[in-house]
Write a protein that binds this ligand. Sequence first.
Ligand code: GLY
Length: 373
Amino acid sequence: MTSVFYPQAADGFGKGFLFMRRIEVKTGKPYEILVERSISGRVGAELLKVASVKRVMVVTDKTVEGLYFERVKNSLIASGIEVCEFVIAPGERSKSTENLVRLWEALAESEITRSDAIIALGGGVVGDLAGFAASTFLRGIKYVQIPTTLLAMTDSSVGGKTAVDLKAGKNLAGAFHQPCLVLCDPETLGTLPREHMRDGMAEVIKYGMINRPEIIDKLYAYTPGDKDALDEIISMCIEDKRDVVSGDEFDTGIRALLNFGHTPAHAIELGSNYEITHGSAVAIGMVIMTRASVKMGLCKENALDKLLGLLDKFGLPSSCSYSAKTLAQGALGDKKRTGDTISVIMEYGIGDARICKVKVSELEKIFEKGLEK
Ligand code: GLY
């Protein structure tokens, strides 16, 4: 990893220096994540450094298209790359098998070849759908992630998990397919609706809870609007995710740590028919698992207090009206179950989450402890 600070361009942002970080991900196919304000306007040049691409399909959603497509398109054209476009409606419902088939057909009609690429410009829905299409079209083509939400920057754009949702649940059809490049432009967060920013903060807090206590301290010190601090926090999260996925690309071991709070969260999302957003559900899920850990004597009460304090600071919820039974039923439909055991992530102290295998029959009791006040 290298960090570079250099004098700000005349039209730049920040306090005189532009934050730039280059994070290497050492998966089977290594790639780089570049964190830099306005880097989305240099996609053409950056892409040509890693692949000699002639044509790209930019996958985006209607909202992001209006904000950033022109900038990305102009940069690609300036680098001599032909640009095709595939636009979906914003929201989780677009991560569907129907849109996947439409995208495959559009790729074929646009004569995208194995030496071309897909660019995912948007949040997690766009990234997962575009990435899955890239993993399957012509048995696999290159793709670039340009995440435009906090959640996508710190989580879904890193690590190569791609998927679409099925009626039975989220992300049930997917593949591991690493991007060839990730361009993270925190400037795009300037147009992100407040509730999406809040959602992403839940995943940011998660990194502090599982591995990096210093993120919790930075978040307590953070003043909303401090761009330099935010860029630093985003980079710390990406580095942590990079460390985890580099050690367990195919999610057979420590990568499960990233699911802290997600077992109850998936049940909450499904139970609410996705009315409760992913970030809100993860926030509630982290509280359930931390409180259960406290009650089981695994960690001290102050870990829960610190978590609750941060959720409050960022306007995230900490409770829900679902019973332990409903949550357990929802969680058991989740793909992380193996036979009669399930992996849950318990908290042993801030920055120290651990994977525990428990009997399916114990899950409801754990949730009961987590919901008790
Ligand atoms: N979002 C969890 C993972 O990438 O494994």
